[in-house]
Write a protein that binds this ligand. Structure first.
Ligand code: PPE
Length: 308
């Protein structure tokens, strides 16, 4: 991870080393934060943020579900992010907005604690490795089930909820795998620790539906649109665990990971990335990097500041 010089915190641009919080920050104790993971790419039109608006909308929605009012508008955060990328001089980067309950009264009632906002950017390479993107990763079905909507809110990208992903990730890593696949409370396929999942069988692409405790992923939505545009049959439906290992192709999608094939699950080989995975990966990469005119609608080009 390549760090930046500046971070945006509560409306101010501050130096990296000055971007601090108090140890009594509510979110540190109780996980009361929501966040986003966004990527900006170096395109022909300049640095462009992929589906920026959709990510900021989801940030607002995640906050709302946890009773937090954002002290900045979506436009203010968008413009601050543009300036932050400019100030740090990155052509491409990962963008991490975070909304969190700050230092104030202790205890579980957070409503008197201030809602703070920060945006950080850094250069982040292939999340599951370059080799993984090329040849696929080895995954294991986790012993941890994905958080249930009966106790938490899978639709909200909330900090505390990520303890679930952290446990699954540690378990898979210590077991010698690159990623964990979580089932939902009913034992149906849900998603990766930080990615949505797709399986391909006999030419049909399937992915678990919104009701399967998944995060409503923006990469997932993009890949669904691309698959439909390419004329593939894509269905959102419940997927049984055995369908994973019996699939012709399996792949994961997420902002950090992008589109990553899975070549082995539970020590059963699926094989090198298949034809549909390769095709979708290639068109998706073109969309991210501004090489696909049909998907330029997804890019928020960072304006170059005029020299006064
Ligand atoms: N499920 C989970 C649990 C998840 O965290 C992500 C994103 C996704 C699905 C895919 O969503 P989207 O990025 O909108 O397509 N995970 C973010 C955090 C990863 C991290 O390590 O931090 C990300 O990819 O940025």
């Amino acid at each position: 991870m390549n760090t930046a010089d500046h971070i945006w915190h509560n409306g101010e641009f501050v130096a990296w080393e000055d971007a601090k919080v108090h140890v009594l920050t509510h979110a540190l104790h109780y996980g009361t934060s929501v966040f986003e993971g966004i990527r900006a790419y170096d395109t022909r039109e300049g640095t462009a943020i992929f589906r920026h608006h959709d990510h900021l909308k989801r940030l607002e929605d995640s906050a709302r579900l946890y009773y937090m009012d954002l002290p900045f508008t979506r436009d203010q955060i968008r413009e601050a992010t543009h300036e932050l990328i400019g100030r740090n001089g990155f052509k491409s980067c990962y963008i991490r907005p975070l909304v969190f309950r700050g230092h104030g009264p202790m205890g579980l009632d957070p409503e008197e604690n201030p809602v703070e906002v920060m945006v950080a950017v850094w250069e982040w390479g292939a999340y599951l490795g370059d080799e993984g993107k090329q040849h696929g990763v080895r995954a294991k079905v986790s012993s941890w089930r994905r958080i249930s909507p009966q106790s938490l809110i899978p639709h909200s990208k909330a900090g505390g909820q990520y303890l679930n992903s952290v446990l699954a990730k540690i378990e898979s890593k210590r077991g010698g795998y690159e990623e964990a696949i979580l089932l939902d409370e009913h034992g149906r396929v849900c998603e990766g620790s930080g990615e949505n999942i797709f399986v391909v069988k006999d030419g049909i692409i399937s992915t678990p539906p919104q009701t399967a405790s998944i995060l409503d992923g923006i990469s997932r939505k993009s890949v669904i649109e691309i698959a439909n545009d390419l004329g593939h049959t894509l269905v959102e439906r419940d997927i049984a665990r055995a369908e994973l290992t019996l699939a012709d192709e399996v792949f994961l999608v997420g902002t950090a990971a992008e589109l990553v094939p899975v070549r082995e699950i539970d020590d059963i080989e699926i094989g090198e990335p298949g034809q549909i995975t390769r095709e979708l990966q290639s068109v998706y990469e073109d969309a991210l990097h501004g090489r696909a005119p049909a998907y330029e609608k997804w890019l928020d080009v960072v304006p170059v500041p005029s020299k006064a």
